[in-house]
Design a protein around this ligand. Structure first.
Ligand code: G3I
Length: 318
């Protein structure tokens, strides 16, 4: 039957996946699924600061260009991830003075966004990532400690200057449902837009876990953001289970995937859904949560799981 990307396109949505460059270069099955099932891709790691600018003003485009070239060859779009984050940012950045750190942000965004500004494959960016802590306060990152919250508006303005046509997103986790953290995000986006800061889009990562339950009021949450005038999207969906897999857990996971897709389909301003990988062979989950895993829609041997069917059938309107 038709691919995920064919069904998504028919609904006017994207269906994306994060990709890792090593299997993309080396594994036929990985490459074929990435190319045929998805119409958008995100670099899982290689567009982050530690890869693109490992030392000051020394840029390395090898991985980023490989992802963009793959997407171009396969008629896909690329969502850029990510410009300003507290993880995977080199020590040289973290050790700068406030003035030099501000300049480093300007230069990094000008160079990274600027490289692809004229390239129609790269359509959007996570400008800032995970600026909140788990309570919905501003994360006490090295960015915040040195610059206060001003780095957020500065980063968006720099990205707009570097590519006036790119869609600029703020991205976070545990904001999928209505809760204190998503309300903090809502208030920040409203405030930034009132200040004419160019925030176009809110990304809801969606790192879910069946044992913690499905978030509450996901569709309503997407809609309240959309009503601020921003586009919304799921950016990093994976739905982990307590290992080992069994048929009941697979079935429960499939319902979570279905409900995520249906929430996006129900909101006009929801642009699409990106999964944080597609095969259980390559996932950050077991490295971070021992005893949890199997979070994606293909198993480690590239067989489709019930979660694949759930995403497929939801996109197909079934
Ligand atoms: O590249 C080095 C390699 O040289 C080294 O030998 C190896 C040893 O540990 O590490 C490799 O780097 C790893 C990198 O992934 C590339 O594989 C890092 O240790 C590892 O920490 C890093 O993990 C990534 C993680 O972000 C870092 O925070 C995951 O792959 C990636 O899936 C994950 O993605 C994040 C999103 O960017 C933001 N939202 C949450 C999401 C999941 O954590």
């Amino acid at each position: 039957s038709a691919s995920l990307r064919e069904h998504a396109a028919a609904r006017g949505k994207f269906i994306g996946a994060a990709v890792a460059t090593s299997p993309l270069a080396n594994e036929t099955s990985y490459r074929n699924i990435a190319a045929t099932e998805f119409n958008q891709i995100t670099a899982e790691n290689v567009m982050k600061w530690d890869t693109t600018e490992p030392s000051q003003n020394q840029f390395n485009w090898t991985g980023a260009d490989a992802v963009v070239d793959f997407a171009t060859q396969n008629n896909q779009q690329v969502h850029g991830h990510t410009l300003v984050w507290h993880n995977q940012t080199p020590n040289w950045v973290q050790n700068l003075s406030a003035t030099d750190m501000r300049s480093a942000i300007q230069n990094h965004i000008a160079k990274v966004v600027g490289r692809y500004a004229a390239n129609p494959t790269v359509v959007s960016w996570d400008v800032v990532n995970e600026v909140f802590d788990d309570n919905g306060n501003m994360r006490n990152s090295f960015w915040y400690q040195k610059l206060g919250d001003t780095y957020i508006a500065d980063a968006f303005r720099a990205a707009r200057a570097a590519d006036p046509d790119a869609r600029l997103c703020i991205n976070d986790y545990n904001v999928e449902g209505v809760n204190a953290k998503s309300t903090a995000m809502y208030n920040l986006v409203r405030t930034l837009r009132a200040q004419n800061v160019p925030v176009d889009c809110v990304g809801f990562q969606g790192h879910l876990a069946t044992q913690y339950g499905f978030p509450g009021q996901v569709q309503q949450n997407l809609q309240r953001f959309a009503d601020l005038g921003v586009q919304v999207r799921f950016t990093e969906i994976d739905i982990r289970i307590q290992m080992p897999r069994d048929a009941a857990k697979d079935a429960q996971q499939a319902t979570y995937y279905r409900d995520v897709v249906n929430a996006c389909l129900a909101v006009t301003q929801c642009a699409g859904i990106t999964l944080w990988g597609f095969t259980d062979k390559y996932s950050w989950v077991p490295d971070t949560f021992p005893s949890e895993g199997a979070a994606l829609i293909y198993d480690a041997n590239y067989a489709k799981k019930p979660a694949y069917t759930a995403v497929h059938d939801a996109l197909a309107g079934g």
